[in-house]
Design a protein around this ligand. Structure first.
Ligand code: HEM
Length: 394
């Protein structure tokens, strides 16, 4: 079988605003479709998405995790020294970084994260009516994450640069070009922020440079590694905690369950990013002609894997459009990817979410919507821009 054409632009305003009808068409048409506008394949079913990320020998990352082929002239983004390499080199690099970001290292940050979350939530409760994104998610993540990484960057810079990065993973469309222009005033400061001389002592960025000195990372890659952590660790986490807050404000039974059993906060977060996945789509490239889901694929061709679609595939999930933190099998969801490139920062994101949800369950009796949430349209990231909430103190 060859991959049938799906002539819908996944990166149009209409689809980005509400991607779920497109995801259904993508899943129902075939296990693999062709997106003729972009000359690439796409998968939306869980089974094929999982197979794609689990076989780096057939579906490589070294041509770029985005739509742009970073090995050809004209690529519109710079490569990552961790996400855009393949085994066996990736295995060695990943091992060195996993040592720096081990679970025991991350656990040491718990107290500081919890204290910061308490302060952010105390202020929000005092305000009563807040924007959950600006007043809680951005305020918290932009305070704790840059600090543990050891970089000093302003919140405005993060948002402008984040939009540019996640747009650039998709096509070089008007949205990408506008976000590049928007990020222009911040680029010099951004580039400077991940140089060795800018690292704040005690952050894990410093250790990345030391690992390069020790020969554990490829020579000359430490700055790009710090940039990769900045790229991967901020917008995704703000988005994911934002979706958890949105669902908990809209589902009082789920909120009550979390308040009575706060140890469910990991599941509350995991389910939030299954239900609305921050990283919506990423890419691999076929090395040679191959087969996926019974479909023949050409060599050297990009394959988009739509995480947001796979995480709502009814073949895998019962009642997939419903938010339910008691759902079984959440650890197999794809919001953090899968296979060798599965998110290396997921424990950090989970600790951040635990800290915020923990502080909220202690200090807030009831949380309700104070208006409609607004999404920000970014090619490959699903994220809220505004989340009006009313908080009732416990
Ligand atoms: C809710 C929050 C997060 C989400 C949804 C998320 C999502 C993802 C996904 C889908 C991948 C796989 C990429 C691929 O398939 O090519 C990934 C990889 C990665 N993430 Fe995350 N991420 C999150 C938080 C973080 C944090 C906090 C950090 C920073 C420490 C981080 C750093 C990275 C890095 C460096 C990789 C590349 C790993 C590799 O290629 O081996 N992410 N992330």
């Amino acid at each position: 079988m060859t991959a049938p054409d799906l002539s819908i632009d996944p990166f149009s305003d209409q689809v980005l605003r509400d991607p779920y009808p497109f995801f259904e068409q993508l899943r129902e048409l075939a296990p693999v479709v062709t997106l003729p506008t972009y000359g690439c394949y796409a998968v939306g079913r869980y089974k094929e998405a999982f197979e794609l990320v689990s076989h780096p020998e057939r579906f490589v990352s070294s041509y770029g995790m985005g739509m742009s082929n970073i090995q050809e002239p004209g690529a519109w983004r710079t490569a990552s020294p961790i996400s855009e390499i393949d085994p066996p080199v990736h295995t060695r690099v990943r091992k060195a970084l996993a040592k720096i970001l081990s679970p025991s290292v991350i656990r040491q940050w718990q107290h500081a994260f919890e204290q910061e979350a308490e302060q952010v939530v105390d202020r929000a409760v005092e305000l009563g009516t807040v924007d959950g994104i600006k007043d809680i998610c951005e305020r918290f993540v932009l305070s704790v994450f840059p600090r543990v990484l050891g970089v000093d960057v302003s919140p405005e810079l993060f948002i402008a640069i984040g939009d540019m990065n996640f747009n650039q993973l998709g096509p070089n469309n008007e949205r990408t070009q506008a976000s590049v222009a928007n990020a222009q005033p911040y680029l010099a400061k951004y580039e400077q922020s991940f140089q060795r001389a800018s690292m704040i002592a005690g952050g894990f960025g410093e250790q990345i440079f030391e690992a390069e000195d020790a020969g554990e990372l490829l020579p000359g890659t430490a700055t790009a590694h710090v940039r990769s952590f900045l790229r991967g660790g901020v917008d995704t986490t703000i988005s994911g905690i934002g979706f958890a807050l949105n669902q908990l404000a809209r589902n009082s039974l789920q909120w009550d369950l979390l308040r009575t059993e706060p140890n469910r906060s990991r599941n509350a977060f995991d389910e939030a990013i299954r239900h609305e996945s921050p990283a919506q789509v990423l890419f691999r490239t076929t090395l040679e002609e191959t087969e996926l889901g019974g479909v023949r694929l050409r060599a050297r061709t990009k394959v988009a894997y739509f995480i947001g679609a796979a995480n709502r595939d009814p073949r895998k999930w019962l009642d997939p459009d419903t938010y339910d933190m008691t759902r079984r099998g959440l650890s197999s969801q794809l919001a953090f990817g899968g296979g060798p490139h599965m998110c290396i920062g997921q424990l950090i994101a989970k600790l951040e979410a635990d800290s915020v949800l923990g502080a909220l369950t202690r200090k807030v009796a009831r949380m309700e919507p104070a208006g409609e949430p607004e999404y920000r349209l970014v090619n490959t990231l699903r994220t809220l821009d505004r989340l009006p909430l009313r908080l009732h103190a416990a």
